[in-house]
Design a protein around this ligand. Structure first.
Ligand code: FAD
Length: 318
């Protein structure tokens, strides 16, 4: 079922959904099942599965020379989506990225998803490869999420890369895109970033999932701005509890967000890891309560392959 239909069927009740990472290469899918077993009690209408492009790995040879190898640490997104749908009868939302794919490969992936009965895709550009300063588009691939979105929207019209439109099956993907309440880090200013978000909606995106944030007012301001500019699709807040002191540095560095002083001070004052987790949990529960009151359609949790902290939070809200 499409995400927009899940939201409409909920009739204003806030739903809970989760994002999972594919296991690292060489690991079993059992870790996904274990996580799903823990989260199913919250009746998620859908589960997102991230996509990870190849990175560089440096292998040292006996003669001391380093060989640079292209390496995908977390393959398996499409197969995990199929496995989740088959085993748990829950919709799975694969993330689809520009980086690492030619348009032809993207088309083939979309055909696979369509044949598997996957109704939703989250369309993203993807980040730069580790070791690259900037995002470098793959030759023959897409440069921005808008380009990838156009390809999916075209297939929804029966327009493939080379096939005859008259005889080609129309796919029916519900397309989601990313939104940044605190602006995408590469954008020169919030309004420029916002213009591209609006463009994505005009091109056919039907829902937005936000980058994580720790200040609910930023989400509220973002939603208000969207509504003022005629962006009326559901805006799903992305959420994550802070679970370690180190994240006071890593989360702003990786996700380009602000951690409110009150929260960072409280975490900095903690003496044990358990205290940090408690503070992070209490903060996120409060965020969730405010978001539910504000009418957020879904609370979407970035589990980062560790469902425990998320579970403790959702237990207090479900
Ligand atoms: P875009 O929309 O392409 O935007 C990138 C930058 O270019 C922005 O600054 C924007 O303002 C600008 N821009 C947008 N369109 C245009 C245009 N047409 N012309 C010129 N400039 C433009 N990454 C992964 O690798 N795998 C994942 O599974 C994944 N999941 C994510 C899930 C969520 C909910 C979010 C919020 C992010 C996720 N990311 C993932 C990270 C994401 O790929 C990065 O944030 C990436 O840097 C930008 O992706 P985007 O889709 O927002 O890109």
């Amino acid at each position: 079922m499409k995400i927009i239909d899940h939201i409409q069927n909920a009739k204003g009740k806030t739903l809970f959904s989760f994002e999972l990472l594919p296991p690292a290469k060489g690991q079993s899918i059992q870790s996904i099942y274990k996580t799903m077993d823990e989260l199913m009690e919250f009746k998620p209408p859908f589960i997102d599965v991230t996509y990870h492009r190849e990175d560089y790995l440096y292998k040292e040879h006996a003669n001391g020379l380093l060989e640079r190898v292209s390496y995908r640490k977390r393959p398996g997104t499409v197969a995990i989506c199929a496995a989740i749908m088959n085993k748990y009868k829950v919709d799975a939302v694969p993330h689809l990225i520009c980086g690492g794919f030619t348009k032809e490969e993207t088309e083939n992936a979309l055909i696979d998803l369509n044949f598997l009965g996957i109704d939703n895709v989250l369309v993203l550009r993807g980040d730069a490869r580790r070791g690259d300063a900037d995002f470098i588009p793959t030759e023959g691939g897409h440069s921005f999420a808008t380009d990838l979105l156009e390809q999916v929207a075209n297939m929804n019209q029966g327009r493939y890369l080379h096939e005859d439109i008259e005889t080609s099956e129309k796919t029916n993907f519900c397309i989601g895109v990313a939104g940044y309440p605190e602006k995408h880090f590469e954008s020169p200013n919030f309004n420029t970033d916002f213009k591209f978000l609006k463009k994505k909606i005009e091109m056919g995106a039907e829902f937005i999932v936000t980058q994580m944030f720790f200040n609910v007012q930023k989400y509220k301001d973002f939603v208000t701005k969207c509504r003022e500019h005629d962006i009326n699709v559901p805006i799903i807040p992305g959420l994550k509890p802070i679970t370690s002191k180190k994240q006071l540095v890593t989360l702003p560095r990786v996700f380009h967000l602000d951690i409110p002083e009150e929260l960072s001070d409280a975490i900095a004052d903690c003496h044990t890891n358990a205290d940090v987790r408690q503070v992070g949990q209490e903060w996120l529960v409060q965020q969730c309560k405010e978001l539910i009151e504000f009418g957020a359609p879904v609370l979407h949790f970035y589990t980062m392959s560790n469902p425990g902290p998320t579970k403790k939070i959702v237990e207090q809200l479900f």
